[in-house]
Design a protein around this ligand. Structure first.
Ligand code: APR
Length: 174
């Protein structure tokens, strides 16, 4: 049975087949979770990213994980929050959908997500958590390929918000 798990921790330490990076359009690294993943993976990750070109917001790109415990990194670019009237919800939903589609293509069975766009990009986390949980749940209802999705929250506050969003979700294993 496919499962959704919630943890508080550092996504660079997750040993799922893939971890998702909350990147920027350049895919050339940055701060936050992007910086942490590049630091942990080592310089080869940036070298591979250099060959990928730009990644449009809402889309996802696939690389190896190098020195990370995870075998692969799926880089996605979340929307910058501009008040909610610029298609931000739809773009954030696309991030989760496109990461999961890439996971299916590359036969990834387990994948860890950070809370995309809720740091530097300012997306309200309660709203983002709802979109993340609904999108992942709907995807798992029709996919036989993904066995495990882990939401990795960096702070206790974020963890509580995701826990609230996950209550009554069919695949959630508390
Ligand atoms: N593990 C898990 N979650 C983390 C980690 C980590 N090591 N580091 C930060 N986070 C959390 C933050 O607390 C936040 O909840 O990831 C979430 C996303 O925050 P950001 O990393 O700032 O990502 P985002 O809001 O999508 O902004 C992306 O920031 O780092 C730059 O290059 C990146 O320009 C891009 C922008």
């Amino acid at each position: 049975m496919a499962r959704i798990i919630l943890v508080q921790g550092d996504i660079t330490r997750q040993n799922t087949d893939a971890i998702v990076n909350a990147a920027n359009n350049s895919l050339q690294g940055g701060g936050g979770v992007d910086g942490a993943i590049h630091r942990a993976a080592g310089p080869e990750l940036l070298a591979e990213c250099r060959g990928l070109g730009e990644c449009p917001t809402g889309e996802a790109r696939f690389t190896k994980g190098y020195k990370l415990p995870a075998l692969f990194v799926i880089h996605t670019v979340g929307p910058v929050w501009e008040g909610g009237k610029n298609g931000e919800d739809k773009l954030l939903q696309s991030c989760y959908k496109n990461c999961l589609k890439l996971a299916e293509i590359y036969d990834i069975r387990s994948i860890s997500f950070p809370s995309i766009s809720t740091g530097a990009y300012g997306f309200p986390i309660e709203r983002a958590a709802k979109i993340a949980v609904e999108t992942v749940t709907r995807f798992m209802e029709r996919s036989e390929k993904i066995d495990k999705v882990i939401f990795v929250c960096f702070s206790k506050k974020d963890y509580e918000i995701y826990l609230n969003a996950l209550t009554d979700t069919p695949f959630f294993c508390p």
